[in-house]
Design a protein around this ligand. Structure first.
Ligand code: HEC
Length: 302
């Protein structure tokens, strides 16, 4: 334990550099390889995170004692911003917030690992680590520019570039394997391309009678959760979501099948993906119950 805290005292700024690099590459991986669309609040967090990779690296190389003072304004704002974003996703505390009225909704949860780890949660963790490491460095007055004998310490080129190269190598591998998967997916023939267009009658296999209350609930949930990508009118939004009105997919599948597709979402490498855009699992609303989604399906079929 004592050894660990000694190690941490000496290397806190390297840990911060590692966290900033992983957060930066990770967010680029999610948006550029996996196709998850960053919302407005995500962009604000990126603005705070990305410059830290450079600031921390240069501060380490210059052995600048003031480095934590340059980091903290960014990382503390970042903790606040990502904390707010996470609460927006997971609670009703800020319901009716005007954030993200345009483009993809800030409450769309692209990932929801273990039921609580979303992208803002990851950002929050990174900003928190960077903040704590800066506080530790502040308390220690590290890194020193000179040793006890007053001799100038050597510039830690090797250590800093080691951290940078290690993270970049891991993510380069992820980027390359991810984009080759994408190429394979887009080369695959689309199952919809060969399908005859039959704008036939809507089939309600489940025989559910759509009552006005369910429809109203479906409409409300659709506007909240799906309209940002599929359009208020169901006609789709360029670069976000496809048209659902008069959808063949809806016409040719039962409620249960549509529900399963919505629950699963469609990644870029899904052979059924036709648009090259990602549909998040449950439309990015893992909190919706089956009944909620069935109500949306009733509404969409109208
Ligand atoms: C972030 C944007 C986004 C959100 C939010 C979203 N979708 Fe989607 N959805 C998409 C994209 C993109 C596709 C097309 C994926 C593909 O190429 O197959 C899609 C496909 C679908 C399909 C399959 C349609 C077809 O023709 O293949 C259904 C059904 C659907 N979405 C329903 C919903 C519902 C219901 C909600 C709300 C709970 C929702 N979506 C929220 C982006 C979104």
């Amino acid at each position: 334990m004592e050894r660990f805290s000694l190690w941490l005292n000496r290397n806190s700024m390297y840990v911060a550099l590692l966290a900033a690099l992983i957060a930066t590459c990770g967010s680029l991986y999610f948006s550029e390889v996996r196709g998850y669309v960053p919302c407005v609040l995500c962009w604000y967090q990126r603005i705070l995170m990305y410059p830290l990779t450079g600031v921390i690296a240069v501060g380490l190389l210059r052995r600048d004692r003031n480095l934590p003072y340059y980091i903290l304004p960014f990382s503390i704002y970042g903790v606040g911003m990502s904390g707010y974003h996470y609460l927006l996703e997971k609670t009703d505390l800020f319901a009716g917030s005007a954030a993200c009225a345009q483009g993809v909704s800030c409450t769309t949860q692209w990932i929801n690992w273990f039921g609580f780890v979303t992208i803002p949660f990851l950002a929050f963790t990174a900003f928190l680590i960077i903040t704590l490491m800066s506080v530790i460095a502040l308390l220690n007055g590290e890194p020193a520019a000179e040793d006890e004998e007053g001799e100038r310490l050597r510039t830690p080129w090797l250590q800093v570039s080691g951290v940078v190269v290690a993270v970049l190598a891991v993510f380069a591998a992820l980027f390359i394997s991810g984009s080759s998967g994408q190429a394979a997916a887009s080369a695959a023939p689309s199952p919809f391309a060969t399908m005859a267009v039959t704008p036939g009658p809507q089939i309600l296999i489940d025989g559910a009678v759509s009552d006005p209350a369910t429809l109203a609930r479906g409409e409300q949930l659709y506007l909240q959760s799906c309209a940002a990508c599929h359009g208020m009118d169901g006609l789709g939004v360029t670069n976000l979501g496809n048209q659902l009105r008069n959808s063949e997919f809806l016409a040719n599948n039962t409620d249960a099948e549509v529900l399963a597709v919505i629950r699963q979402g469609r990644e870029l490498n899904d052979p059924l993906n036709t648009t090259g855009l990602v549909m998040p699992p449950s439309g990015g609303r893992p909190d919706l119950s089956d009944a909620d989604i069935l109500a949306i399906i009733q509404y969409m079929r109208q």
